[in-house]
Design a binder for this molecule. Sequence first.
Ligand SMILES: Cc1ncc(COP(=O)(O)O)c(C=O)c1O
Length: 371
Amino acid sequence: MGTVSRRQVLLGGGALVGAGMIPAGGLMSTAFGEEIPRPDYMIRAATNENPWGPSRVALQAIVDSIKYTNQYGGDRRSLVSIVAGMNNLPDDHVAIGTGSGEILRAAGRLVRMDNGSVVCADPTYHDLVRYAERAGSEIIRVPVDPDTKHVDLDAMHKAIRRDTRCVYLANPNNPIPSIIDKYALRDFVVDVAKDRMVFVDEAYFEFVDNSKYATMMDLVRDGHQNIVVARTASKIHGLAGMRVGFGFAHPDLITRINGAKTGALNVLGINAAKASYLDEDFQEFTIRKNRESLDIVEGMLDERGVRYVKSNANFTFFETGRDVVELQQAFRQENIMVGRAFPPMTDWLRVSMAKPEEMRYFVQAYKKILG
Ligand SMILES: Cc1ncc(COP(=O)(O)O)c(C=O)c1O
């Protein structure tokens, strides 16, 4: 990779992409109506990554940091300060992990250490829940609303037992890209967190553009002792492979979470994240491109009358009437990796947003496979 000038660094990755310095991707654009040729690589639409990342500034930070990889760790404190400052929190309210997944698993471990059960929506993201379950905790899974597929807070409230030590909420959820109404969520979190940890996973927070949505970070700021909010550098920052994520909570809970972690960050991830969190242009660029890709896919689903949940994130989830394992194979033949099966919704498919031209090819493949 060539060197990036200071001005370019200040301009950010988005500006560089806009100036055409990052190749548009492997797919050739075709005239309207013409068949799009099969790409000679696998399109990654399976794991909710950012197809545009890392930004140029993050890449430059990685290049500049390689010479420090003889050292253990890196300057975690300054990254914590940047992220804490952005959320108007003191540094001692932040735990840093090898991905937010490490924070989730640490919370799962704390639940097990307290001999507690976990209440979560079904389906939802697996990391905290699966870790606690494998460690021996009971998991109380509360089905999403059968019609809207939204998280059913009332049912979750009813499912809480005396031994429940954690209620886990991903907002937006995953694999269903729905959000929870901000007023209902706030009341729920404040009430439930009186007696147990409430873990609000906001991995896709930056993608949300919905007046009904709100982060719960201000509850941490207000001093609530049992609330954790998680964020990640894996999604909007395109740094999934670098493994950097955060938990925000009261300092006493942060101390417990830090005590339950087992990973260790490295200098490349830390310095890439430091650069990326300061690069707003790249985040805006990603949001714009993600919207373009979603419009292509959701437009096609609307046209065909397919049932789906409108996305508040960087993936879509729609009904297929077919077994997803079979569909995965069929899309793989077309060089597209799509999401796995998410029981109990095994005929709904999760498709992550790749670049717009790749999603146009996905639409073509969809029509071939699903009609
Ligand atoms: C809701 C949710 N939380 C957390 C994660 C974990 O992300 P990471 O460990 O890369 O920060 C993911 C990843 O897909 C996710 O979907």
